[in-house]
Design a protein. Structure first.
Length: 385
């Protein structure tokens, strides 16, 4: 698994020294690309090994299929052998009944022949009235004797057939036993091949999981680094733009604070925040801002970014502009000779909002400048350069 450390670039003013972090970010991106290439190379090796595993898996699958085919063939042979055995047994039972009948007849003939068949031939000669009758009786006796011989011959043939059927049934049983043993061996081999197949598949799955994990990690880290670099480059670009803008403002308006405030007028301060003797009314009165000396028509600029909420003649303040800023802060620009902004207009620090003048309660051209927090005047000096 590849890891990386994000670069930490301090947020602040941009200077020439901050070119190094930018270069470091680019180097970090190049390292991330190299790590991705290394991951892809390793993945390629895994893919080659996976091809071998797939081949082994296919071979194992073929063996399993072969063993299954053998098992099916053995099952068919076993069924055929058992059918032959049953057929031989049925034939044997049929012949056995015929043998029993023939044996009974043969025994009867044998007994009758033993008791007096030869004597009957002699009696036939003496009892016959002539030679023709005697010969006829002797022929009948010979016929009976011949039938007996036929029965015995048939009995002998049937007994031989019985012996053949018994042998055939025994052979069928032996073949069935042999097939059964072969089938058991096939099943053992089939189980072995299935086990090997499962092991190979498990190994393939593990490798594939590792492959997917490495690929996902490489892609995720590359994406994270790319997002980080993009964010850093965007931040640096913003800071560079802010630095450029700040430098431009400083060149045009003088100093600028870290908070982005500029002097609203380049003139000298002639009066400060606090109690003072009012130059027109002639008694001590709170002075809610600071005054800047300026000539009529000189540019009066917004002290910082904000939205214009007042742009009108404002009693003793004369022509006045009030700009609303963040954090409930507002600034006031009074005694103007001209107003150059409109209500709800967005202005940036240093943008001209009016011209120096002496409208309202004023003894001469100057800018009366106030800072208010939630409408309450405060000393403006801590906010200004």
């Amino acid at each position: 698994m590849f890891t990386f450390l994000l670069l930490t670039i301090p947020v602040g003013s941009i200077s020439a020294q901050e070119e190094d972090p930018i270069e470091q970010a680019k180097e970090q991106r190049e390292l991330a690309r190299q790590e991705q290439l290394a991951a892809e190379a390793e993945i390629a090796l895994l893919e080659a090994e996976d091809i071998e595993i797939v081949a082994a898996l296919e071979a194992a699958t073929n063996l399993v299929n072969l063993q299954e085919a053998k098992e099916q063939a053995s099952q068919q042979r076993l069924q055929s052998a058992l059918a032959q055995k049953i057929e031989a047994q049925e034939d044997f039972l049929s012949i056995a009944r015929e043998i029993t009948l023939l044996e009974e007849r043969a025994i009867a003939y044998a007994v009758e022949s033993y008791i007096g068949l030869s004597d009957r031939r002699t009696e036939a000669w003496f009892e016959a009235q002539d030679a023709t009758v005697a010969a006829h009786k002797i022929a009948l006796l010979d016929l009976v004797s011949s039938d007996t011989n036929d029965v015995l011959d048939k009995l002998k043939l049937i007994q031989q057939e019985r012996s053949y059927l018994l042998s055939k049934a025994a052979a069928a049983q032996d073949e069935a036993d042999a097939i059964q043993a072969e089938l058991e061996e096939v099943r053992v081999q089939l189980e072995i091949q299935r086990t090997k197949q499962a092991e190979i598949k498990a190994e393939l799955d593990v490798r594939r999981e590792q492959w997917n994990s490495m690929l996902a990690t490489a892609v995720q880290e590359q994406e994270q680094i790319s997002n980080y670099i993009a964010a850093e480059e965007e931040r640096i670009a913003r800071e560079l733009e802010e630095a450029r803008r700040r430098a431009e403002l400083e060149a045009r308006l003088g100093q600028i604070t870290e908070a982005g405030w500029v002097l609203p007028s380049p003139g000298l301060r002639t009066s400060f925040f606090g109690l003072r003797m009012h130059p027109i009314l002639g008694y001590a009165r709170m002075h809610n801002g600071v005054d800047y000396n300026c000539n009529t028509g000189d540019a009066i600029r917004s002290a910082t970014d904000g939205i214009v909420i007042t742009a009108e003649y404002y009693g003793g303040y004369g022509y006045t502009v009030i700009v609303q800023h963040a954090n409930s802060t507002s600034t006031l620009y009074a005694h103007l000779s001209n107003i150059y902004v409109q209500l709800e207009e967005y202005v940036v620090a240093g943008e001209q909002v009016g011209a120096c003048g002496s409208t309202g309660l004023s003894t001469g051209p100057h800018l009366h400048f106030e800072v208010r927090i939630s409408g309450v005047p405060v000393d403006p000096l801590p906010y200004l350069p």
